[in-house]
Design a protein around this ligand. Structure first.
Ligand SMILES: *Cc1c(COP(=O)(O)O)cnc(C)c1O
Length: 368
């Protein structure tokens, strides 16, 4: 049987191994924050952001960020329906309600017109999730936020390497969050980051992230508010330091893979991740969406992948199909996308020959 094609896996070199080894051996005592500080500075420099707080996950970063914005019981937070649950769950942790809106057929991200229509007096924030590297329309969303006095925040977990008019995804809104889970473009095993340019929001989240201890507080073990514990460890940050040094290369790898797929799938009745003028797509997950009206059976393609020892990965469900949320089939774009869409394998060392195997399955499935 031919070798397994994973849908994603990290790129780990001797650099990650040497930094992690050094952190395990020496990163204690007065060195216990050294890699964390260096990682935060390195990632901030990559993004062109003022402040970065390393966290244990993107979910935790979003939880703290929304808490710092004052989101609480009875509030509403708007986000797109086609999403991973991690973007919505922190809203519920705070006792607020996720308000889902339909997505756009080309970017698969939240539709600004639907966002504006969903605003009520209880709306507290808008979360723009940049799905699979594709950018939400930040010009439109920021204008809506400004008109209604609402913060637009960015879940940029899937958008490392994506840029909107020359600015990094995750740095345009009130704050941005990132994930360094093992499936993401860069990894620390598990991990995340809170990113912002605003000094006072940064101080708030820094205090929250430190069990509510203000950094000017001189009394030991004295919390000023109830905070959170979502910290990244020094060992994880050491891996992150190596990944940040290699980030240009990691992003280039995603773009190489996307270009290869796109060129060889041209002419088939499907669309892939868009990259409109004025944007750069980090292409975390190259994805196909088969044109409407074209016979396509997602299960058939997934079975072909399985037979070829290729990991299949389904497109996100509309979150309102899940049991904890209310069904909203009127979101015809979100409900129409998932049966016609599949993510393609994409990891740094994926070879052309292995991508050819993936492409052959897609072709066969469309030419039945
Ligand atoms: C992966 C991901 C998350 C969750 O990240 P964790 O680090 O696992 O908490 C959140 N949002 C999006 C869009 C993601 O892709």
């Amino acid at each position: 049987m031919s070798s397994r094609v994973y849908y994603t896996k990290p790129s780990i070199t001797e650099l990650e191994v040497s930094y992690a080894t050094d952190a395990v051996r020496h990163g204690w005592g007065d060195q216990c924050y050294a890699y964390i500080t260096r990682f935060e500075q390195g990632f901030a420099a990559h993004l062109g952001a003022k402040h970065v707080i390393a966290t244990s996950s993107c979910t935790g970063a979003m939880h703290m960020g929304l808490a710092a914005l004052g989101v609480g019981p009875g509030d509403e937070v708007i986000l797109g329906n086609t999403n991973w649950i991690a973007s919505a769950a922190p809203i519920t942790y705070l006792g607020a309600k996720p308000v889902f809106v339909d997505v756009l057929p080309d970017t698969w991200c939240l539709d600004p017109a639907q966002v504006e229509a969903a605003i009520t007096p209880r709306t507290k924030a808008i979360i723009a999730v940049h799905l699979y590297g594709n950018l939400a329309d930040m010009d439109a969303l920021l204008a809506i936020g400004q008109r209604h006095g609402l913060p637009v925040v960015e879940d940029a977990a899937e958008a490392i390497g994506s840029q909107w008019r020359g600015r990094s995804a995750g740095t345009l809104g009130a704050f941005g969050t990132f994930s360094f889970h093992g499936t993401k473009t860069m990894t620390t095993g598990e991990g995340g980051a809170f990113v912002c340019n605003d000094d006072s929001l940064y101080e708030k989240v820094l205090t929250l992230s430190n069990h509510g201890r203000d950094r000017s507080q001189r009394k030991q073990f004295w919390s000023d508010v109830v905070g959170f514990k979502y910290k990244m460890s020094n060992v994880q940050a050491a891996i992150g330091c190596a990944q940040v040094e290699r980030i240009g290369d990691l992003i280039a790898g995603k773009r190489r893979i996307f270009a290869y797929y796109q060129e060889r799938l041209q002419g088939l009745p499907l669309r892939m991740n868009p990259e409109p003028a004025g944007t750069v797509n980090g292409f975390w997950m190259p994805s196909i969406v088969v044109d409407e009206g074209v016979p396509f059976d997602r299960e058939d393609l997934l079975q072909r992948f399985q037979a070829e020892n290729i990991d299949g990965r389904v497109f996100f469900w509309p979150l309102t199909m899940l049991p904890m949320f209310e069904d909203q089939p009127e979101h015809t774009v979100a409900y129409g996308l998932w049966p016609r869409a599949v993510n393609l394998p994409a990891y740094h060392d994926l070879s052309d020959a292995d991508m050819d195997r993936v492409i052959a399955c897609v072709r066969a499935s469309l030419q039945r």
